[in-house]
Design a protein around this ligand. Sequence first.
Ligand code: AR6
Length: 171
Amino acid sequence: MTIQLTKGDITKIKVDAIVNAANSSLLGGGGVDGAIHRAGGPKILEECIQIRNRQGGCKTGEAVITTGGNLPAKYVIHTVGPVWHGGDKREEELLHNAYTNSLRLAEENNVTSIAFPNISTGIYGFPKQRAAEIAVKAVSDFKASTLKQVFFVCFDDENYNIYKLLGVEAV
Ligand code: AR6
């Protein structure tokens, strides 16, 4: 499995699955969540509402899957990263879980390529350097079978440079 870095808008990436940094309500929001629902159209929200009706949303660190609506990606995996409260509220473990549970769900759906945004590092305020270290470790430690390509898609220069310095190959 390759792990690579790109810069830009995750809604434009042609992979089997893109990951959304959602919130527990699954009803949309700002940041990358807003961008994905805007670009993907109403079908994604309809599916999120069905999941919410079935299981009452998505807990922090967990993940759910919908189709990609109008996106180039086939699926959207919605995960919920932790809100940063200073570091003693299991934030690191929960962020690790968000990555690992997204990868697991991808494999259950025979996904071969997946793209992650920098979960929790926007509105949720997780320190970017530490978040990148956790993301790279969670993906590197994952025992993949169907997954062949993982992309970290950085929207801002600061995150992009952090991943580059961690040694992730830029493409
Ligand atoms: N493509 C890729 N990355 C993006 C894009 C995009 N189009 N837009 C923003 N980012 P955030 P969080 C980056 O705030 O911190 C929402 O309201 C952004 O630069 O989207 O996990 C949800 O509903 C940042 O690096 O997510 C939740 O309530 C990263 O995506 C809450 O925000 C994550 O920033 C989740 O907060």
